[in-house]
Design a binder for this molecule. Structure first.
Ligand SMILES: Cc1cc2nc3c(=O)[nH]c(=O)nc-3n(C[C@H](O)[C@H](O)[C@H](O)COP(=O)(O)OP(=O)(O)OC[C@H]3O[C@@H](n4cnc5c(N)ncnc54)[C@H](O)[C@@H]3O)c2cc1C
Length: 292
């Protein structure tokens, strides 16, 4: 049964209850993804459950577990946060790439990863690379999930993202984001974020890589990470040419196992090419920054 309407609950439990009671209900955060979605007719016939009056969802806290960002924190607030900028400068920089200041003043962190309309957001790639976890509350309580799992498949109908936690970066770690923008909308056609940790001798000892825009959902590039972590120290300490070659060979597996999408703005072949190119750029820049 479909029941259009609007509700602005004043507690998280009321919001969960509304989602449970209305099969057509959809969460509304900033509305910048939902209200411009291709499936506008579907949105128009939905019960919109607005989270803006639910308390406690808009804070940014820095602690031993890392940076905890409330789901209703706007991208503008995140980009301006001293705590975010000092702990994760690449995240704050990528947030500033998102559209214009008006959109960032509305768009939220939860809305950027919570919907079937927003798997291609810049911030999703960064959160994967940074190893973020997501707190989700539903009718059976709260749970914590890796961000890539949240992005991989739709959450349950009654689930609400309440916060995202980005763990502190390890020593000798840096993150970089490289993107090719859609020429008309300036949204990411393809974006790759890489977080790289170097060991004592300069070899990559850990890497996390997130991809947006090339596939239906943002994904973690596990194969690239495995190749990067398996590179011998001799290759990575054998000079810049050897390092560049090793990173290129890691990037060459980036597209393996992915169903790359194509549309009027970029064919699947073009996007697949961008995946490899942007992976090289992101990993190289992160490694260079981590080396100091
Ligand atoms: C003009 C314009 C330009 C844009 N440019 C960019 C760009 O350059 N880069 C980029 O990455 N994005 C861009 N976007 C997309 C947009 O910024 C993101 O989709 C946005 O971050 C969504 O956040 P929101 O708060 O507006 O979410 P909403 O639109 O309110 O919701 C989006 C989806 O998430 C769900 N949702 C919202 N909150 C939660 C929650 N707490 N828990 C679970 N599910 C939730 C909603 O039900 C919906 O399905 C642009 C959008 C516009 C309108």
């Amino acid at each position: 049964m479909t029941s259009a309407g609007y509700a602005a609950p004043q507690s998280l439990s009321d919001a969960v209850a509304l989602l449970g009671a209305n099969p057509s209900a959809r969460l509304l955060a900033g509305g910048t993804g939902l209200l411009v979605a291709p499936s506008r007719a579907q949105v128009a016939s939905s019960m919109l459950v607005d989270l803006r009056k639910v308390p406690g969802l808009s804070s940014i806290e820095s602690g031993a577990q890392g940076l905890k960002i409330g789901a209703m924190t706007t991208l503008r607030t995140l980009a301006a946060s001293d705590a975010a900028r000092s702990a994760h400068p690449a995240l704050a920089a990528a947030v500033l790439m998102t559209s214009d200041s008006q959109t960032r003043a509305r768009a939220t962190v939860g809305g950027s990863i919570g919907g079937r309309t927003s798997g291609d957001t810049d911030i999703a790639a960064l959160l994967i690379a940074l190893g973020a976890s997501v707190e989700v509350t539903g009718s059976s309580g709260s749970r914590t999930m890796p961000v890539e799992d949240v992005l991989a498949s739709p959450l349950g109908r009654e689930d609400i993202i309440t916060s995202v936690t980005v763990p502190p970066a390890s020593a000798r770690t840096a993150t970089a984001y490289e993107t090719q923008r859609h020429p008309a909308t300036l949204t990411p056609l393809v974006g790759v974020a890489a977080s790289v940790t170097l060991g004592d001798k300069g070899a990559i000892v850990a890497a996390r890589v997130g991809l947006v825009g090339a596939t239906d959902n943002a994904v973690r590039l596990l194969k690239v990470e495995q190749v990067l972590q398996g590179l011998s120290k001799s290759v990575l300490t054998g000079g810049q040419a050897a390092t560049d070659g090793a990173i290129r060979s890691a990037a060459s597996v980036a597209g393996q196992g992915l169903t790359v999408r194509g549309d009027l703005f970029g064919s699947a072949a073009y996007r697949a090419h961008l995946v490899a190119v942007l992976t090289v750029r992101a990993v190289s820049r992160a490694a260079k920054t981590a080396a100091g």
